[in-house]
Design a protein around this ligand. Sequence first.
Ligand SMILES: NC(=O)c1ccc[n+]([C@@H]2O[C@H](COP(=O)([O-])OP(=O)(O)OC[C@H]3O[C@@H](n4cnc5c(N)ncnc54)[C@H](O)[C@@H]3O)[C@@H](O)[C@H]2O)c1
Length: 344
Amino acid sequence: MSKKLRVGVIGCGAIGSRLHVPDYSVCPYAEIVALCDIIPAKAKEVADKWAPNAKIYSDYKKMLKEAALDCVTVAVPNYLHAPITIAALKAGCNVLVEKPMATSAAESRAMVDTAKKMKRLLMVNQSQRRFPAHVKAKEVIDSGIMGRIIHVTAQFGHAGPEYWSPTGKWFFDKKQARFGAMADLGVHKADLVRFLTGKEVAEVSAYTARLEKKNATVEDNFVSCLKFTDGTVGTLCSSWTVKGMEANYTILHCANGSLRICEIPGKPLVANLVNPHCEIVFLVPPPVTNYEGSWGLDVSGAFVRACLGMEKPFCTGEEGMKSLDVILAAEKSALTGRSVKLKH
Ligand SMILES: NC(=O)c1ccc[n+]([C@@H]2O[C@H](COP(=O)([O-])OP(=O)(O)OC[C@H]3O[C@@H](n4cnc5c(N)ncnc54)[C@H](O)[C@@H]3O)[C@@H](O)[C@H]2O)c1
């Protein structure tokens, strides 16, 4: 390939600097030409490490006007996902936006519609789809060995965003984040259970609570019960108050046995089957990217290749929207004290 795609990243905070920019920097089909952050020193620091030729911007509108970009990552606080994504699509860019893709159904719909109108690719970084353990789990489930999925349980919890992004105070502010643990972590598992099972959620009942992050205006804990369109049941929980461990697991109870997926690098998947009675340990393949500090997900590379038509998008705007809809229904349930049906 002669010409590399011209890439820009908007938001050089924790995820921009630790995942998007490094992954682009090792992608042979892309060139990082612009980096933007309202705190330009952050963009400069990232450029110095990964993209010395990138031009630094503090105003994303200026960057979209000047930099002749093919692809843009949007990795800013949640409330800015929709307006910046729409502006980038309208500027003719393909967009990879962080999760949760938006803060309302109207926003996610507008993002998807704009991508269609502009004939550009919109992808959502539901990164759990790319974790090697989850890629392997999908392969195992699709092989049919587990039989019909009957009961799903998924949980994602850690000690809170202050440990992930110490400067990211916006995570605790409802105006900027809209959701707390419910979408910050819950949307990862809502998306993952949809991805792994291939089933859509029909109805949700949920509770939220703020138990420890007293200065926050969002919830720090979320629990929910799911019913899928085919009657499969499940639970989906997330928390910012987990200590002593990171809770990041998914268990699928199926007609032939159970599949335990523990998303810890190097841990295998374990399937316990009843007929024949045995335990199968599936080794998880090594990470795709392996530069120092790599998450091994090759997220940006996958986005670039999808823009070039070399592979299918791992999570389209429509898919991101459906996963967000599960969380929006859960939020409504928590607020009203009633279970909420999703439209399909
Ligand atoms: N997919 C994943 O696994 C994953 C993991 C962590 C975070 N995220 C998501 O990524 C997004 C960013 O999270 P983070 O942890 O990097 O937050 P962060 O606060 O560390 O970084 C956000 C950056 O955006 C910059 N910013 C704010 N307004 C801006 C604007 N108008 N123009 C340009 N830059 C602006 C901030 O200065 C900051 O550097 C969030 O939506 C979060 O939910 C996704």
